[in-house]
Design a protein around this ligand. Structure first.
Ligand SMILES: [Zn+2]
Length: 366
């Protein structure tokens, strides 16, 4: 599936890294291009707090600011704000009309409305914008899930109206930014279904997996993804917000719905010395769902100190093209930032290779 944006296509399934504050830690935009990363997920809320939307605008908008010429998806920040407020009510209030947020770092309070969140993302110049939604965890009680669905639908309608207003005012050429409405409902199939249907009825055309993608035991909510796949038109882009592990990408693709995945896992794992590789050469056909197709190598293990082979023979990124495990082990031991760059590029390339394979061959449920 090809999602057309003003800065080029996103071909799903694909993985885009979380560049939460406008950058992916320890790698730059040309590094990302070199390892086949097609787009970035940036958090509008984080940019609001630093450096501020006005600063990004003065620096030419998000693409110029971040030196990135490909598609940029901006998240509303609802997920972060709601988690903090639900953890500790002194951080703010969630009302039907708006969300008042008092940041933990003592900065001025922030008022978020569906309209304001869309305006902010237009000002940033996002290619894909996520509407403000009411995020719940899988453990939230049924009445809270219910309220979250009602609010999410009401807010998506308001976001869509604002999106249309902005489009009419700006009259820019080229493909308009895509408005993504997250579908809420937690682990309740009835609520998820109701939420998706209400969003479709309200004219929304692109969707996100809202809330927490894992259940209380930490397993992927695959049934909820299957449900969205059934309900949404085949042409509707799906953003699997915050997903996930390599086996999650395979499992969701095996449902038959190519999604856009974003998460911070590969770069976070790289910083924690965990490097991915395919266990065997990739098959000349669909990958089978399950974690068996890859492994994680812990680069600080003593055995790697004297190993001269690359981390993975199938990796064509800088790390493995030019350096061996022993050198990377040494860089990590010396705590040189180069270790983080090479390891991050390695894991990002693993994800982009995985998605290349999924696009070409698909996946089977196993
Ligand atoms: Zn590599």
């Amino acid at each position: 599936m090809e999602i057309t944006t003003a800065h080029g296509p996103l071909r799903a399934p694909c993985y885009i890294p979380d560049a939460t504050r406008g950058f992916v830690r320890s790698v730059d935009a040309s590094d990302l291009e070199a390892v086949g990363i097609p787009g970035l997920m940036i958090n509008a809320y984080h940019l609001m707090t630093r450096p501020g939307i006005r600063v990004v605008q003065r620096l030419g908008g998000l693409h110029a600011f971040a030196g990135w010429s490909g598609p940029i998806v901006t998240d509303s920040g609802g997920f972060q704000v709601f988690s903090l407020i639900r953890e500790n009510p002194k951080h703010g209030q969630i009302r039907d009309h708006e969300v008042i947020f008092r940041p933990p770092d003592g900065r001025d309070k922030l008022v978020l409305t569906p309209e304001k969140v869309v305006q902010t993302q237009f000002r940033l110049g996002a290619d894909v914008m996520v509407a403000l939604d009411d995020c719940t965890g899988p453990e939230a009680p049924p009445d809270e899930q219910r309220r979250a669905v009602d609010r999410t639908v009401a807010w998506a309608k308001r976001a869509r109206e604002e999106w249309q207003r902005q489009l009419a005012q700006r009259r820019s050429e080229g493909p308009p930014p895509i408005l993504v409405a997250p579908v809420q409902g937690g682990n309740d199939a009835g609520l998820r279904r109701e939420c998706a249907q209400a969003l479709l009825d309200a004219g929304l055309t692109a969707f996100g997996f809202g809330g927490w993608p894992l259940d209380e035991e930490g397993a992927l909510q695959l049934e909820m993804f299957a449900l969205l796949h059934e309900l949404l038109p085949a042409t509707a882009p799906l953003f699997a917000l915050g997903v996930g592990k390599p086996e999650h990408l395979v499992a969701i693709t095996a449902l038959g719905r190519p999604a856009v995945f974003d998460c911070s896992l590969p770069t976070r794992d790289a910083r924690h010395h965990r490097l991915y590789s395919f266990r065997h050469a990739l098959p000349d056909g669909p990958l089978t769902a399950g974690p068996g197709f890859y492994e994680k190598l812990y680069i600080l293990d003593k055995k790697h100190a004297t190993a001269d082979e690359p981390i993975s023979p199938s990796c064509d990124a800088l790390c493995c093209r030019r350096y061996g495990r022993g050198y990377l082990h040494h860089l990590f031991r010396c705590e040189d930032p180069l270790a983080l760059r090479l390891a991050s590029l390695h894991n990002l390339r693993f994800y982009s290779q995985l998605c290349e394979h999924l696009r070409e061959h698909g996946a089977s449920p196993g």
